[in-house]
Design a protein around this ligand. Structure first.
Ligand SMILES: [Ca+2]
Ligand SMILES: [Ca+2]
Length: 244
């Protein structure tokens, strides 16, 4: 997905450190090292990996010949799905450090010619995300309610596969606060965002822009086949998602 930077007249992003951010095809021959921040290197002895720890080991990663680091989700999260249940798209889990640590990591990686790919999960949020808390209290039919996919019945889209059969009985879960069922392709604590609501798409694009402007070089988007719900498609493949 191409997100132009309005500050630079439609150009992409500036050169930072040892990399050229206007080079569009860098990923084609990238040597990508995927890691989960919490499991990589702990700098303060609390048993949880953190950005300060990762920075201590960047020389090692560079020596491996790595040209891009792919970080698994590191956002604030109840961690009921290893961080794929995001409660805040615009920050990092305090266990892993502060935002300044993240920025320092990006700067240090770039200085070594290493790009940074972050993983973003936009099909759903944690049920702890403020958008969901607001939605369940909002009036039916309001824009705030429509951030998520609601129904008066759990009979809709019965042909859709249930992914986590060992824990989930349905892709719908009743929410007593909202007085309605909400749709979730994954765990019931991960309500699906409603990409038919233009505000949701606009908010998600703003989140992407924020990270890209902070220096992130690429986004790995999780669960894209499940983004949009449509009748008769098993809600898995339909043209709308192809825009992503
Ligand atoms: Ca730590
Ligand atoms: Ca979806």
């Amino acid at each position: 997905m191409n997100i132009p930077n309005p500050k630079r007249d439609g150009a992409t992003f500036a050169v930072t450190g040892g990399i050229d951010r206007d080079q569009g095809d860098w990923y084609k021959d990238a040597v990508i090292y995927q890691l989960h921040i919490k499991a990589f290197m702990d700098s303060n002895g609390d048993g949880i990996g953190d950005f300060a720890g990762l920075m201590q080991r960047l020389d090692y990663v560079q020596e491996l010949g790595v040209t891009a680091i792919w970080l698994l989700p590191f956002y604030p999260s109840p961690l009921r799905d290893d961080g794929y249940d995001i409660a805040d798209y615009r920050s990092i889990n305090p266990s892993y450090g502060a935002m300044r640590d993240f920025k320092a990591f990006v700067t240090e990686a770039h200085r070594r010619g290493i790009r940074v790919i972050t993983e973003l999960v936009i099909n759903h949020t944690s049920d702890q995300h403020p958008w969901f808390q607001k939605a369940r209290h909002a009036k039916p039919g309001s824009a705030a309610r429509d951030y998520y996919v609601w129904s008066d019945t759990d009979e809709k889209w019965p042909e859709t596969r249930i992914i986590f059969l060992d824990t989930e009985k349905s892709n719908w879960t009743w929410d007593a606060v909202a007085g309605a069922y909400y749709w979730h392709r994954f765990y019931s604590h991960q309500p699906d965002l409603n990409f038919d609501n233009p505000k949701v798409l606009a908010e998600v694009l703003k989140v992407m822009r924020m990270w890209l402007e902070m220096g992130v070089d690429g986004l790995r988007l999780d669960a894209i086949p499940y983004l949009v719900e449509r009748d008769g498609t098993k809600t898995r493949t339909c043209p709308r998602r192809m825009m992503f």
